[in-house]
Design a protein around this ligand. Structure first.
Ligand code: FAD
Length: 467
């Protein structure tokens, strides 16, 4: 029987990063993964493949602006979807291979099979061929992630009524893709197929898309995507999805009860993800799972079994790869006797559409609800030389700061390269910067980052220079 200090169940960004940190700290570490490839949802059917398709489809879309730049393309420009998807898969394979390399380099033992608790200190690994072995471990970290969720009346057939996993490998560009759910995943994949020529309709229950983000971002993203041709049905409650051959009909009611029926050839169900603990036998270890399916943890991410911890999508909080990674590191360091800390308020959220959307800290809606007195400064990208030089003029940066202390409480941005720009806001907020602190830092000219400085100037006595 194998014996380890730490055994991690699940090799997503939470699990594999935790394994590396555990090994760095001197723990004899094992990781169990039920699939033959490492990296979990993020690397295999999430962050990486979706960004590969977003990048490919963005190149295609940019072709339409070549003429503005004086580049004349003659002859047919066509999309070869299969090739695009093959490239995406090559990126995934390479990235997953990179995780295997990191496991080997850090001497982490990799077990392929389904991990299930036998007790709080032993896990059975059942391989595909039915054979099994038991691992004994002082500590166990549950990092089993999440799966797409659906609505009770929808039956996902994985052909025409699909989840994000199938949307990453469609055999053709849909004629009309109907997306249920205007959250990050639905909107990103919607933009991929919109760029490739599909008609795309988004049905959203809430009154706006990306409802968890600041209202100003939803509004601007809706405006830009509408301009690109995406159709939105917000405040619509889907009540029926039926398939007839290659046709799919989605019926929904608006707030007044008026019915709409959208006819498409594919329906992407993107209504969120559910924590995944199937087959884990958590009860055998005394690990409690709540009514939402999440593994219950305390502030140290310790479960109801004192030597078992849980991280990532399978516990409470944002379902994001970088949140899972931070938690993986936190548990490893905590087990090593250190005192790590995560500020969950400073986990950034990003939508990788173009323009990109990114945010950190409190939204205006949250500050209002909490009764916090705040001031706001915004700056539009169209006023930046760099944005005009590149032709990426949509969007803005908005900084919210405490009206008395000037401490930055939230930064919300939509525009070119915001996924990377948000790191400056996270750094500033981690060091509890004031808006004036940011406004006095030199930002290289011409860059998109100047919009952050200008928004900070706007937030402090309306001092923006270029509007
Ligand atoms: P997962 O990545 O889900 O990994 C869990 C692993 O555990 C899986 O490999 C699973 O097979 C394995 N497992 C489960 N049960 C067992 C068991 N009993 N035994 C053995 N193995 C088991 N997040 C971002 O931050 N940025 C993005 O751009 C982004 N884009 C996304 C796009 C899409 C289309 C999707 C679906 C998700 C995206 N996400 C993104 C979310 C991100 O993928 C997740 O937040 C992240 O993968 C969670 O990591 P995790 O380690 O908790 O779990």
């Amino acid at each position: 029987m194998s014996q380890f200090d730490v055994t991690i169940i699940g090799s997503g960004p939470g699990g594999y990063v935790s394994a590396i940190r555990c090994a760095q700290l001197g723990f004899k570490t094992a990781i169990i993964e039920k699939y033959s490839t490492l990296g979990g949802t993020c690397l295999n059917v999430g962050c990486i493949p979706s960004k590969a398709l977003l990048a490919s489809s963005h190149h295609y879309e940019e072709l339409q602006h070549f003429a503005d730049h004086g580049i004349e393309v003659s002859g047919d420009v066509k999309v070869n979807l299969q090739k695009m998807i093959d490239r995406k898969q090559a990126v995934v394979d390479q990235t997953s291979g990179g995780v295997k390399y990191l496991m080997d380099k850090n001497k982490v033992a990799v077990f392929e099979g389904v991990g299930s608790f036998e007790s709080a200190t032993s896990v059975k690994v059942t391989k595909n061929d039915g054979s099994s072995e038991v691992i004994e471990s002082k500590y166990i970290i549950v990092a089993t992630g999440s799966k797409p969720s659906s609505l009770p009346f929808i039956s996902i057939d994985k052909e025409r009524i699909i989840t994000s996993t199938e949307a990453l490998k469609l055999p053709e560009v849909p004629k009309h893709l109907v997306i249920i759910g205007g959250g990050v995943i639905g909107i990103e994949l919607g933009q991929v197929y919109l760029r490739l020529g599909a008609q795309v309709s988004v049905v959203e229950y809430m009154d706006r898309i990306i409802p968890g983000m600041d209202g100003a971002l939803s509004k601007e993203l809706t405006k830009v995507l509408k301009k690109q041709g995406m159709k939105f049905y917000t405040s619509h409650k889907v009540k029926e999805v039926t398939r007839n051959g290659n046709a799919v009909t989605v019926k929904a009611d608006d707030a007044k009860g008026n019915e709409i029926a959208l006819e498409g050839d594919y329906c992407l169900v993107a209504v969120g993800r559910r924590p995944y603990t199937d087959g884990l036998n958590a009860e055998k270890a005394g690990v409690q799972i709540n009514e939402r399916g999440q593994v219950v943890v305390n502030d140290h991410l310790q479960t109801t079994a004192s030597n078992v911890y849980a991280i990532g999508d399978v516990i409470r909080g944002a379902m994001l790869a970088h949140k899972a990674e931070e938690e993986g590191v936190l548990v490893a360091e905590y087990l090593a006797g250190q005192k790590p800390h995560i500020d969950y308020n400073l986990i950034p959220g990003v939508v990788y559409t173009w323009p990109e959307v990114a945010a950190v800290g409190k939204t205006e809606e949250q500050l209002k609800a909490d009764g916090v007195a705040y001031k706001s400064g915004s700056f539009p990208f169209k006023a930046l030389g760099r944005a005009r030089a590149g032709g990426d003029i949509d969007g803005f940066v908005k900084i919210l700061a405490d009206s008395k202390t000037d401490e930055v409480l939230g930064v919300h941005m939509i525009g070119a390269r915001c996924a990377d720009l948000i790191a400056e806001a996270v750094t500033a907020m981690e060091f509890r910067a004031s808006a004036e602190d940011i406004s006095r830092m030199s930002h290289a000219h011409p860059t998109f980052a100047e919009a952050i400085k200008e928004a900070a100037l706007a937030a402090t006595d309306n001092r923006a220079l270029h509007v």
